[in-house]
Design a protein around this ligand. Structure first.
Ligand SMILES: *Cc1c(COP(=O)(O)O)cnc(C)c1O
Length: 381
């Protein structure tokens, strides 16, 4: 451990600055192009990005929108659900996933997650299905998939559509048992993602998108994001205003060719953490699901004892860390009305007490990670 590291402290969770400087010529040119064209809303830059992303994901339709939360809301609006209909999802996620359910007067039905992947347990999902269950929203948390093969079987068996929350795992692939691979977000009826700056494919502002293979759903989603109209000023549906602007689309278009390399840097950094922390028995490093590739949106440890003290110890050394998520959604004040309580989802509640995410981004260097690993070790020494 050195007292004067050769990099600036504090170490951020995400280093958007260094990534920008590395890609600056491409990104500045893309933004400059929009400024010269003065087409800020819609237009060819937004369309080209959507087409490029559809090709990358190998899906029929990408419908850009304003942010990931809107994408989830619009996906549910497209499914024509009735007030009181039930939507099964995870309590161990960012609030947006459940928020849009409640906002549309639907009922979020939570089920517990797998202790290794932190994603929906398919058996729990099936057990929670009732007459009123109209949608399942798995979250591909921290960069790898929920168990989609089992979830898709359940979806087909009960004729309940899946909306994938893929805000955290764009670029990751599901590995089916028969050997075929498919990009996350393209497996369910509709996939949703976010281009929030810190996401794996991040804009420099807000952005999001919906994916679908279904032509009729795609047409409906395109109308919903744009005030329910197909023909200007003729409104067939009650929609919303949710747009990806051209400056953000240009930035995303410049970054998209680098997305696989971003995933590769994150995986390399994860391997390096894994190796450095392997002999610490107090620390559980991330478990990689056999059915998914992992793009490490987060690198999240489980610390059974002393998580908060470790976080304070790291902060003293100028190392950021974060707790995603400190309060499960079923225990949040705003979700009291749905009738859940302490003890309903023991794995989720345990994870909320134990998880700690370390700095994870595309610009980590071994010397930075050595410093972080050394300070984790010194805490347990
Ligand atoms: C970021 C995120 C969202 C919301 O995306 P925004 O673009 O911030 O609205 C939804 N779900 C999950 C799991 C997320 O991580």
């Amino acid at each position: 451990m050195t007292d004067t590291p050769g990099f600036p402290l504090p170490l951020p969770m995400v280093d958007l600055q260094t990534q920008y400087l590395r890609l600056k010529p491409e990104i500045d040119a893309a933004i400059g192009g929009v400024l010269s064209s003065s087409r800020y809303i819609g237009g060819p830059v937004v369309e080209d990005f959507a087409k490029g992303l559809a090709a990358y994901l190998d899906t029929a339709h990408v419908i850009p929108c304003g942010n990931g939360t809107d994408a989830l809301q619009i996906a549910l609006m497209a499914l024509d659900l009735q007030p009181g209909d039930e939507v099964i999802t995870t309590p161990f996620t960012f609030v947006a996933t459940a928020e849009v359910i409640a906002l549309l007067k639907l009922k979020p039905v939570f089920v517990d997650v797998d202790p290794d992947t932190f994603t929906l347990q398919p058996e729990q999902v099936e057990a929670a299905i009732t007459e009123r269950t109209k949608c399942i929203i798995p979250v591909h948390l921290f960069g790898q998939a929920a168990e989609m093969q089992a979830l898709l079987d359940i979806s087909r068996k009960h004729d309940i559509p899946i909306v994938e929350d893929n805000a955290q795992a764009i670029g990751a692939e599901f590995l089916f048992r028969d050997g075929h691979r498919q990009k996350l977000g393209t497996l369910g009826a509709i996939g949703c993602t976010s281009f929030f700056p810190s996401k794996n494919l991040g804009a420099y502002g807000d952005g999001g998108a919906l994916f679908t293979q279904d032509d009729a759903l795609a047409e409906k989603l395109r109308m919903l994001v744009n005030h329910g109209m197909k023909r200007r000023y003729y409104h067939d549906l009650i929609g919303v205003n949710s747009r990806l602007d051209a400056v953000q689309a240009a930035i995303l278009g410049a970054k998209l060719p680098h997305l696989d390399a971003f995933g590769e840097s994150r995986r390399k950094a994860a391997d390096y953490y894994d190796a450095g922390l392997a002999d610490l028995e107090q620390v559980q490093t991330p478990v990689r699901a056999p059915y998914s590739t992992h793009v490490f949106h987060q690198y999240t440890l489980r610390i059974a004892e002393g998580r908060d003290a470790l976080q304070a110890h790291l902060a003293k050394a100028g190392i950021s860390s974060a707790i995603y998520y400190p309060v499960p959604l079923h225990l949040q004040d705003a979700y009291r009305a749905f009738g859940y309580g302490e003890g309903d989802f023991p794995i989720t509640e345990q994870l909320a007490r134990e998880v700690l995410s370390l700095p994870m981004h595309t610009e980590l260097k071994p010397e930075i990670q050595d410093y972080i690993i050394a300070h984790i070790k010194s805490f347990f020494a």
